[in-house]
Design a protein around this ligand. Structure first.
Ligand SMILES: *Cc1c(COP(=O)(O)O)cnc(C)c1O
Length: 403
């Protein structure tokens, strides 16, 4: 019986493969335990050694294998190799959630007295972790206006260790000019991190652009079925060594069943992304010409402030579409949300089911009006996460909800 570590269809050959071939085959052994076509779910908390010499060989890193469940799982290695191959990177470290990946990366890399700089349009919990928790360990977080590269560069001090941004951002879908972002980091010897959850490796390739770390909430498009949580940090093996070690201490790992579902979801990744991209663009175009819509945020629209950067750097623009309902207060906006029949009211994005939410209510309800103004969250904002249904049905649903 072959071990999944044996001859994975990884590295060299997989880098020449097309995207979907990689998402189906990369990282997998050709022959698997039980001669099954699928990778097994290893429900093992610990792994046995045949004799003492094998223990010594493992510790001296002569024998690639597992030791104890908190440090890794053979199927998890398969998924990590697949994710690294999709990104064109050396290594991926899988975490239990996207937030665990962010916390793990920053805790592994930062020391008391260090500073990091964020573009200010970002996932609410990322901001909260830095402001409330990293600060307790003496790490200072500076926030500058999204895509203001001069402001980011001006905020760099000798203590700056990392530049951080999402691309596209949530929910405004601003797109970072990766070339400029990377240049600032290189000029000052500061590492760069892009949370590319909204783009995915299908639409954006930050590692190829020179970014040091890419982070994804795999909960979203990568897993794609709204049925699991996971996160990943991707980069060079050298840079990720400490991250993997800290994960082994934190224990923020995925369950064996979760890993199986993620690998299964990844098989259809390119197909799903193509449909998410088509649906996002079709819905955005429909909304843009609707008389009850004040403004649409979608990087694929010519009217979007970052359309040109997006065209230059992205393959498609994803399923997330944000819009403002014209002359509507928060209640009239909620009425639109409450009238849809296909979109489900829920946070999250990237799954096969289309979702709808009013950011004011879903994510920013506890903020003061001043804070919401600062974060750019008006009362009449709606965020759609287009799934893989038929675009004409999604459009008809929105038409009746707005009508
Ligand atoms: C959802 C999300 C996260 C957090 O991921 P979880 O898997 O929910 O922990 C981080 N960043 C972005 C951009 C997200 O959309």
């Amino acid at each position: 019986m072959s071990h999944p570590e044996e001859k994975p269809a990884a590295a060299a050959s997989s880098q020449r493969w097309g995207f979907s071939t990689r998402s189906v085959h990369a990282g997998e052994a050709r022959q698997k335990p039980g001669d099954a076509i699928t990778d097994p779910i290893f429900c093992a908390a610990t792994y046995t050694f045949p004799d003492t010499q094998s223990v010594i060989d493992y510790i001296e890193q002569k024998l690639p294998r597992e030791e104890y469940g908190r440090y890794g799982n053979p199927s998890e290695k398969v998924v990590e190799r697949k994710l690294a191959a999709l990104e064109g990177a050396e290594e991926a470290v899988l975490f239990s959630t996207g937030m665990a990946a962010l916390v793990g990366l920053l805790m592994a890399k930062l020391n008391a007295g260090d500073e990091i700089i964020f573009f200010d349009e970002c996932y609410h919990r990322s901001r909260e972790f830095c402001a409330r928790h990293l600060s307790r360990f003496g790490v200072v977080t500076h926030q500058v206006t999204a895509c203001d590269y001069e402001a980011m560069e001006a905020a760099i001090t000798p203590r700056t260790r990392m530049l951080v941004s999402e691309s596209p951002t949530n929910p405004h879908l601003s797109v970072v000019d990766l070339e400029r972002f990377v240049q600032i980091g290189r000029r000052h010897g500061v590492e760069t991190l892009i949370d590319a959850t909204l783009a995915t490796p299908y639409n954006l390739q930050p590692i190829r652009a020179g970014v040091d770390y890419v982070l994804h909430s795999c909960t979203k498009y990568l897993a794609g079925h709204n049925d699991l949580l996971a996160g990943v940090v991707i980069g060079s093996s050298e840079k990720l060594e400490e991250v993997r070690k800290l994960r082994g201490i934190m224990g923020s790992i995925s369950s064996p069943h979760n890993i199986y579902l993620l690998q299964r979801g990844l098989k259809t990744f390119e197909l799903r992304m193509q449909r998410h991209n088509e649906n996002g663009l079709a819905v955005a175009r429909f909304l843009e010409q609707h008389p009850r819509v004040e403004r649409v945020y979608y990087p694929g629209l010519e009217s979007h402030p970052y359309h040109q950067v997006a065209q230059r750097t992205m393959r498609g623009y994803g399923g997330l579409v944000t819009f403002l309902v014209k002359d509507a207060d928060w209640r009239q906006t909620a009425d639109v949300v409450d009238r849809v029949r296909i979109f489900r009211i829920a946070p999250s994005l990237g799954g096969v089911e289309s979702l709808i939410e009013q950011p004011l209510v879903m994510s920013y309800y506890e903020c003061t009006p001043e804070e919401r103004k600062r974060f750019g969250i008006p009362d009449n904002m709606i965020r759609l996460a287009c799934g893989v249904e038929n675009a004409e049905d999604l459009i008809a649903d929105l038409a009746q909800a707005l009508g």
